[in-house]
Design a protein around this ligand. Structure first.
Ligand SMILES: [Zn+2]
Length: 345
């Protein structure tokens, strides 16, 4: 585990919100390692990285993210004044704050707004598949954009509810109603957007989604308008050091991910390289990829059974075995040439 909170270039601000996300070393349920990274929201510095081996969770890869999050949370609470942590909408992590052991921790748990918008879009899409609700598909993008706008501009839960519920009026063409009005300016008269009829099946399905009690309970977690997108960019950076095509022993994997974190922090605010005409020069990603591929090919063997595989990089026994095999071949050649000489005599 690595936690950086105070290095030479950067001092972690105690009341700065943090964002956390997990990265698996291979897709699906075959993951051997889970890396939970935490970033400062304002500065975008990586302040913590925790690696979990599947063997630490009784080979249950499903709980690796939760375990890694808990280790991160405990370590960060000891190092900084943790006030807010934003994660993706992971049910096990949300449960820790809703009714689990972090309920009274005093740390505000927030959710990635992009995932919130995506979940809302999925619900509207599913409702749009029902009979008489096809018009919802046409409004899906606009409603999700409105959700995004409400999260960004609303300061309180009540303000969010007023704005968000307004969409149920707006889609019917009603922009002023008894308790409020839309925030947008005058609309163009030549808009050809089909309206949803008030009281229709589609309108009722939409109202069920927008006014769903379970969803409204989660909504306060989106109102700080946080995003984990920068961490996903960092996870792509880890690929340069720990490709998903190879298996690693725990120390090698830990070293690779830590190098990725140091590299990312070191070059975080480096300006983009520009050509003579001022345009940004494309990164020599191909060159870097080739370099890493060469290193990986020399240092590591291809992935076999991840549960039993061990990294042989730098293992002196493998070189000794290779030497013995070579000496054996040389010995056979010498013996056979001697025998030929004897026969000729
Ligand atoms: Zn309106």
């Amino acid at each position: 585990m690595a936690v950086w909170v105070d290095d030479n270039q950067h001092h972690c601000q105690s009341d700065n919100p943090t964002i956390g996300d997990a990265r698996m070393d291979s897709p699906g349920f075959c993951a051997q390692y889970c890396t939970y990274s935490t970033m400062e929201n304002e500065t975008k510095h990586i302040i913590s990285m925790v690696n979990i081996d599947k063997r630490e969770t009784m080979r249950n890869s499903v709980v690796m993210e939760k375990e890694a999050f808990q280790q991160t949370f405990e370590a960060l609470r000891q190092e900084i004044n943790l006030t807010e942590i934003c994660t993706n909408a992971h049910s096990q992590i949300s449960a820790l704050f809703n009714k689990g052991k972090y309920r009274d921790s005093g740390v505000h748990h927030t959710l990635d707004v992009w995932h919130g918008s995506k979940n809302l879009s999925k619900k509207i899409h599913a409702a749009g598949q029902q009979k008489g609700c096809a018009i919802l598909q046409m409004w899906n993008k606009d409603i999700c954009n409105h959700f995004w706008y409400c999260c960004k501009t609303a300061d309180t839960y009540e303000e969010f509810i007023d704005m968000c519920v307004g969409v149920l009026h707006h889609v019917t063409g009603e922009h002023t109603w008894a308790l409020g009005e839309c925030k947008h300016g005058p609309l163009l008269d030549d808009r050809d957007k089909e309206l949803i009829e008030s009281g229709s099946v589609a309108h009722e399905r939409l109202a069920e989604i927008i006014l769903d009690e379970r969803w409204l309970k989660v909504v306060p977690k989106y109102l700080n308008f946080r995003s984990t997108a920068d961490l996903e960019s960092f996870h792509n950076h880890i690929l340069m050091y720990a490709s998903k095509r190879f298996s690693f022993s725990p120390p090698v994997y830990a070293a690779c991910t830590m190098l990725a974190g140091l590299d990312y922090n070191h070059h975080l605010h480096r300006p983009a390289r520009r050509k003579a005409d001022g345009t940004i020069q494309s990164i020599a990603a191909e060159t870097m990829n080739n370099l890493h591929r060469t290193i990986a090919d020399v240092m590591l063997r291809p992935k076999s059974d991840p549960s039993t595989s061990q990294d042989t990089s730098g293992n002196p026994m493998s070189y000794v075995l290779l030497l013995i095999v070579l000496m054996f071949f040389i010995f056979v050649i010498i013996v056979s040439s001697f025998s030929n000489t004897e026969i000729k005599k």
